[in-house]
Design a protein. Sequence first.
Length: 440
Amino acid sequence: MIRIIFTFFILSFGVAAIAQPTTREELEKQKAQLKKDLEQTERLFNENKAKSKENYVQWKLINDKVNIQDRIIENINRDINLIDNNLVTMQRDINRYDKLLDTLKQEYAKSMVYAYKNRSNYDFLNFIFSASSFNDAIKRMTYLKSYRNYREMQGQNILRTQELRKTRIEELTGTKQKKSLVLQDKDKEMSVLEVQQREKDRILSELKKQGKQLNNQMAATRNQLKKVDNAIAAAIKRALDEAKKVAIKKAAEEKKRADEEDRANAKVNANAGTTNPTTRPVITPKRTEPKKAPESVLLNPENVTVNANFINNRGSLPWPVDKGYLLMHFGKNELPSKTVIDISGITIASEIGTPVKAVFDGKVSNVVFVEDMQVVIIQHGRYFSTYSNLSNVSVQRGQEVKTGQVIGKAAANLDGVGAVDFYISDEKNNLDPEKWLRRR
């Protein structure tokens, strides 16, 4: 009896544990986010397609659409695997319930046969009155009562097990129906993927026809990016040179002040010795202890706090545009022609005229023209953020800016679409801006 009750408890606990849908909920959330990303990419693709002929932006967008669609199908496959595992578990539970019911029914049948054979009142009274003592009679009455309760519990266990089995069968049927719907959804998404793949192949074919034009355009893009890199390097060098001049001047002033203190103390000591040659008090110069050198010459009392806050906000900085699409990543980017272009920032596609905002508090290091576009470089302590391919710039060199302040507007790039090139640098290297911006 103990074994049967223990088995019943384990099965009931197993059902409760399996019923928790945490993993499936995560899959559903992931799928919903992928659908949202796909809708946004689809909208951007259609907008760009309506405005211009096939270009790199369209190729990048259709590539991202295909990649997102692949991830949706992968999500569905994981869901199907999870459903299959649940089906196996449910069927295993149903088999266990069947075995448990067989055992319970056999035990119940035995008890019923025994009760039938001893069903008369005479047998009951004979069992009681054949006791050797009064205490023995009480024990026999207690035994009969417990046996009756045991039979009732057997019946209740059978009913509960049958109910659990019924529930599990209903869950199994519902899960099979759900799997059928998921499979239909997968077939639908596979059809969408085929359409997207054909569109991708078409765009690639059209771009190949524009080979010479695209090569010339890419050469112009590389030249433009190189000029922006040079502008950033020049701004950082200028900031370093100015900071070094200030540091040298400050050091010279401190040395001059220390030397004056030494001369004054020496004069006092000389006068004291002349007045009283016997007692010559010596005044020890009280020089200020040299301060620990900052980690960067660009750090000064005015921007140490900004620098620290900028570092603390790594991974949570706002994007320079409210609505945009990441067109090129930091580092190497492969083009439709299999050519690889290496950039030291990121390119964010956005509507022409979209307000471009400072990602953090800082001071405008420089505003320069590169060909027919404007570039704004903002210093944040020992870090710099750069915003290229702007028009209508509304800040000037030396101006203090705040997070979210509009500094200009997105201009058209060489493809004729709105875009902003965004960079983050320190005094030595260009850094990956995606690691500093918050996730969208």
